[in-house]
Design a protein around this ligand. Sequence first.
Ligand code: B12
Ligand code: SF4
Length: 472
Amino acid sequence: MNIVFIVPYSPASRGTNRSTTAPPLGLAYLAAVVREQGHYCRIIDADIVSIPADRVIDEAARSDPDLIGISSHILNWQGVPPLVDLFKRRFPHLPIILGGPFPSAIPEHCLNRCRADAVAVGEGEHTLKEICASPAEEFPRFEGIDGLVWRDRDGRIRRNAPRSLISDIDEIPFPAWDLLENRALYHSRPRRVPVGAVVTSRGCPSRCSFCSKSVFGDHFRAHSPDRVMNDIRRLVDEYGVRQIDILDDNFSLNRDRARVILGKLAAFPKQLSVNLVSGIRADHVTPELARLLKRAGVYATTIGIESGDQGILDGVGKGSRLKNIVQAVQLLREEGIIVFGAFILGLPGDCPETMERTIQFATRINPHMAKFAIATPFPGTPLYNKIEREGTFLFPTYDGLQAGYFGGRAFFEIGVTRAEDVEYFYRQTFRRFYLRPRKILDILSTIRSFSEVKWFLKSTLEIAFSLLSRRR
Ligand code: B12
Ligand code: SF4
């Protein structure tokens, strides 16, 4: 059987979202699993090369597909219904399955918005494997396969039992990296090139109100350090990778495991640069961990700081303390690790005083770079449910976004949190954080390679574009 996996293109993913990208690893894992069953796969990442729907269909048609799998998150969702529609017009009997964080959060809604046949909710490997193992005469059989929400012959949407999580994720094969076309386009701030990406764990037990956990849920499951190193070795040996982007939600949750991996990276025969793209928790950063990170080649990490106001932080539910954040930024800076601080404006309770506090906190603790986002309620999250109960949506996020967090427009109002204030403070952030002579020198002093210079020029243009465009 031929399976074509697609990441749809949506013009929405322009702007600051372009300077840091990652390969569609979810699809690469799925492809690796079904290839083991003997199927042929292709991955078309239309988003990374901005291919519109009609060209995606021409490309897919070349592989004579028996099944189409589309992966979607909230920012590319708007590309899905037109793509599915075109497919169904040209190939009415070709089954189309959706997956990824956005359809997983609101599968019935997504099926009502397009003509796809099913949504694989949550972790996809076992669900897809079972679909692909349907007897040829019944293919694709959706009935009785856990994790599916699907449309039956009468057009009714049916929900099967939930899919249980894979208990030992080491059983999942090495992702089909060979199927990722345009590999050079996937990277965070690149200190060394080429860049490879790994996800060493799945799930996170924290309960941040804004976080979408529709795929991997609350239960932390991790690859063994040996498996992580085997994957990294393959990326280095087979794909020449010199930098590793670690995409985990919570890399340091199991501190012993994190220490072992960092130790193995430090002893790795080739020197690698490592970027902890999605970050580590501030309260995990001890002097020992900061040293280990440095020795392992970690040159940059993100810290989800969110707010400079303890009351707002308490409302987020992450359990962060401002004093831990101050200490973490300081320790990482002392080790010479670049710190990206991720802040959110417009969380419930945010008013001019608290947002002023956030900007002042950001400039005081001074991470090298700061990303200020506007609070975005993803369907299925506690934040979304709260706005639905107690606030007012200014933009309905259940049909996707046009500009992610950085569009400069507030998505909701609730209590004292008013759109006008949020947008005002958002506009202030860039000038007040970046346009300080000392800050510019601070940033320039972190650049070590030509690839980083190119990245800076591109990101600056993208930020300027985002600040000017103001979309939700
Ligand atoms: C790395 C990452 C990024 C990187 C790179 C993104 C990129 N596209 O290039 C950066 C930091 C830049 C980023 C940016 C954004 N991100 Co992001 N990101 C992630 C992160 C941490 C890891 C993604 C990953 O590789 N996961 C691992 C793979 C294995 O999982 P997966 O892709 O979900 O695939 C599995 C299942 O979903 C399923 N599946 C997926 N597709 C399909 C298809 C079929 C057919 C089937 C059967 C199954 C299936 O099976 C797979 C294997 O189990 C996730 C959080 C997370 N833990 O997943 C957030 C996450 C995907 N990001 C999110 C968001 C919102 C964004 C932004 C929109 C934020 C913004 N700036 O506005 C942007 C979008 C950028 C863009 N243009 O794509 C949200 C999405 C929420 C939602 N409900 O849609 C997430 C879930 C974070 C969160 N917890 O809230 N992101
Ligand atoms: S720590 Fe990160 S992954 Fe975990 S719930 Fe909070 S935002 Fe989500």
